[in-house]
Design a protein around this ligand. Structure first.
Ligand SMILES: Cc1cc2nc3c(=O)[nH]c(=O)nc-3n(C[C@H](O)[C@H](O)[C@H](O)COP(=O)(O)OP(=O)(O)OC[C@H]3O[C@@H](n4cnc5c(N)ncnc54)[C@H](O)[C@@H]3O)c2cc1C
Length: 410
């Protein structure tokens, strides 16, 4: 299902997880032609999950920062990957097969991989200072510097990233309030069975939650902010961190004739619609997910990594099957390890196994309307997670998982 030819010039735009893993995968699969990896950030490729977790709370030594790099310059040299950093792609001409760059040059491709990811959804509230967002290494460092002051913090957004930052802020010794207009914001991510327990976890650790109320304004400046809520109340903070989702980085493609709709739209083989020799992968791609029966844009590490591997194979060897996602995502919430795999079926059922209070672990197994396992969320229970992944792949009934775990459903 794809053109092959080991001597073609593959240009990859976006030098982060998806882009870097594609470049490495091409060489693993024997691609001998040129590989050019172009990134807007002036940083060797690095991993993002640690930015809200271990790196955020680290000592920020050279060693800590080196630990989040996805690759070294020496490894890139060995693989003969031409990495160009600090230069953004600004346009794409599909007729001449050329990408325009911010430095005024252009780069011609035989095959193009779009891996420009996503950016933090911009904060609607922008006082002169004190409001921060998290997407990059520099953002994480700036947040760590503010948290080290141990002054009051308001986190706007109760999703995974917001709550991970809140947990880090508590660890620094800050007074923390998390605000979200949704009453149980993590329900969308982990389901109602576990979302409530996560809220309790944050409260038990000392975070104040203001859920079900939105922010209408943030005034003042760093060190003296007022966060105004839509119930009329006001919160004082030294720093506000706004984590309200992400937006696909597609601005540079606006004048191309690619189909852009909340991401670069692709076919089931991750090939951009409306042209040839162009793939889109990772957080920027929106593709028809076979399990969901609709187009989705995933914002998960494993998806970006798996899509990179798939496209590297497609370019070098061709692929016969459409891309299928494991739908695997994780989050660290204080000492809890939360994992989600597969999906929840609105027409199906869920079985709760274990008890967080009694056992310190729980699994919620999702079945489709026919009782076949289609997903699960686990907390502190890696064995259950692995079991589910195996049974999901085998298309087994959800009840089998409960039996195999040797536990009675709660
Ligand atoms: C703080 C944080 C914590 C996370 N934690 C988890 C987690 O626990 N579990 C999980 O599953 N996922 C997590 N994620 C999500 C995961 O990191 C992403 O899914 C993954 O980074 C996507 O990789 P990507 O390469 O597609 O895009 P990105 O990582 O967004 O990289 C895209 C790159 O392209 C560059 N770029 C953008 N536009 C241009 C342009 N025009 N020209 C050139 N370069 C450009 C960007 O600068 C960036 O370097 C987290 C994300 C963040 C931000």
């Amino acid at each position: 299902m794809s053109e092959t030819g080991a001597d073609r010039h593959v240009v990859i735009i976006g030098a982060s997880l998806a882009g870097t893993r594609t470049a490495q995968g091409l060489r693993t699969h024997g691609h001998t032609g040129r590989i050019t990896l172009i990134g807007a950030e002036d940083e060797l490729p690095y991993d993002r999950p640690p930015l809200s977790k271990e790196l955020l709370t680290s000592d920020w030594s050279d060693e800590s920062v080196a630990g989040v790099r996805l690759v070294t310059q020496a490894e890139l040299d060995d693989l003969d990957i031409d990495l160009r950093l600090g230069v953004a792609a600004t346009g794409l001409d599909l007729d001449t097969r050329t990408v325009d760059l911010a430095d005024g040059t252009g780069v011609a491709y035989d095959v193009l991989v779009i891996a420009t990811g996503a950016g933090a959804r911009p904060s609607p509230w922008n006082p002169p200072s004190g409001v921060l967002q998290l997407r990059t290494l520099a953002d994480s460092r700036a947040i760590a510097e503010r948290l080290a002051l141990q002054e009051p913090v308001v986190v706007v957004g109760g999703g995974f990233i917001g709550t991970e930052i809140a947990a880090a802020a508590i660890g620094f010794g800050c007074a923390v309030t998390v605000v979200d207009p949704v009453a149980e914001p993590m329900t969308r991510l982990v389901g109602a069975e576990i979302a409530g327990a996560l809220v309790e976890l944050h409260r038990d650790n000392g975070a104040v939650t203001r859920f079900g109320v939105g922010v209408t304004d943030i005034r003042g400046e760093a060190g003296d902010l007022t966060v105004v809520l839509d119930d009329g109340s006001e919160l004082r903070a030294s720093t506000a961190i706004v984590g309200i989702g992400s937006v696909a980085n597609t601005g540079w493609l606006e004048d191309s004739s690619l189909t852009i709709a909340n991401g670069v739209v692709t076919d089931p083989y991750l090939r951009a619609i409306g042209t040839e020799g162009v793939y889109a992968i990772g957080d920027v791609a929106r593709w028809p997910h076979p399990g969901h029966g609709t187009d989705i844009r995933a914002e998960h590490w494993t998806n970006a990594s798996d899509q990179a591997r798939y496209v590297a194979t497609a370019i070098t060897q061709g692929v016969s099957a459409p891309f299928d996602s494991a739908d695997y995502v994780w989050s660290d919430q204080y000492a809890w390890k939360v994992h989600s795999v597969g999906r929840r079926d609105a027409a199906g059922t869920s079985i709760v196994v274990g008890d967080l209070d009694a056992d310190g672990r729980v699994a919620v197994i999702h079945a489709d309307a026919d009782g076949i396992a289609c997903g699960a969320v686990t907390v502190n229970w890696v064995r259950a997670l692995n079991q589910v992944r195996r049974l999901l792949a085998a298309g087994r009934p959800a009840a089998d998982i409960v039996d195999e775990l040797g536990l009675r459903a709660a």
